[in-house]
Ligand binder design. Structure first.
Ligand code: MG
Length: 256
């Protein structure tokens, strides 16, 4: 490019350069209300903030019932600040029902876990329990630190619907966490779906589900589908596999 052309091009750029001075009133775009309410955060991000409902604080299962019989206290074992699945007693679920929420839950696969595939520390968090047994929307709990299974059924999958973005598993024996943001599905009066559920989840602080649109309730066999429901409990799974039972601790929720 010769100097003359360069000069002409530069002149063009200078002549068409935007004006950087701003005009108008910046206050016109300021919003002052409603003022967000004050929440005191926990000492660490795993500690419950001031507006959380504590679902399990390590001492008792007062906030939980057996899924087999809602009048029966949850039968799992509480010891050393954790609750451990008691195989054969069935799933447990919260007494309270929820719609949209932020959930924190910690879980641990036993250090001595055995088994493989889906039979290695299998449990699960049902983000809304829509009926007995395993009815609901399950985010999988499983040991996949060094264990292979179908990827839409591995740890942090939305079981048989959504593969986790990454495998963020810690070693068996170490505590792990899920932080989950759940937007419940909405239904029309005639039972048809108005808007699907959505889920965002972090596993050990790592994003594993990013605003995934839920396709329906979890199905072991067949395609997921929606059935109208309202606010629902959160349910933890007593899976029937023979591997050692897993433990949970520090469970809290913020309704949104
Ligand atoms: Mg499971």
């Amino acid at each position: 490019m010769n100097n003359k052309i360069t000069a002409i091009l530069l002149a063009g750029i200078i002549n068409t350069a935007p004006v950087f001075s701003q005009q108008g009133d910046p206050k016109a775009t300021e919003v002052w209300s409603p003022v967000p309410k004050i929440v005191t955060p926990g000492a660490t991000s795993s500690d419950a903030p001031s507006d959380a409902i504590i679902l399990f604080d390590g001492k008792n299962l007062d906030e939980w019932v057996s899924v087999k019989d809602a009048n029966t206290p949850a039968q799992w074992t509480v010891a050393n600040g954790a609750v451990t699945v008691k195989k054969g007693t069935g799933n447990i679920q919260t007494k309270k029902s929820f719609t949209d929420y932020q959930l924190h839950i910690e879980w641990r696969i036993p250090a001595t876990i055995t088994g493989s595939g889906q039979a290695r520390g299998n449990s699960g968090v049902f983000l809304a329990s829509t009926g007995p047994g395993d009815d609901g929307y399950e985010i999988q709990v499983l040991d996949c630190y060094n264990n292979t299974t179908y990827v839409n059924g591995q740890t942090a999958s939305i079981y048989k619907q959504s593969i986790p973005l990454v495998n963020a598993c810690k070693k068996p024996g170490e505590w792990q966490s899920y932080d989950i943001i759940w937007t419940a599905p909405r239904f029309n009066d005639d039972g048809s779906l108005k808007s699907p559920a959505r889920v965002t989840a972090l596993h050990n602080g790592v994003l594993v589900q990013n605003n995934f649109e839920i396709k329906g309730v979890t199905k072991y066999i067949g395609a997921p589908e929606y059935k109208k429901h309202g606010p629902a409990p959160i349910k933890l799974q007593d899976h029937g596999d023979p591997s050692e039972p897993i433990s949970y601790r520090n469970i809290w929720i913020r309704e949104l």
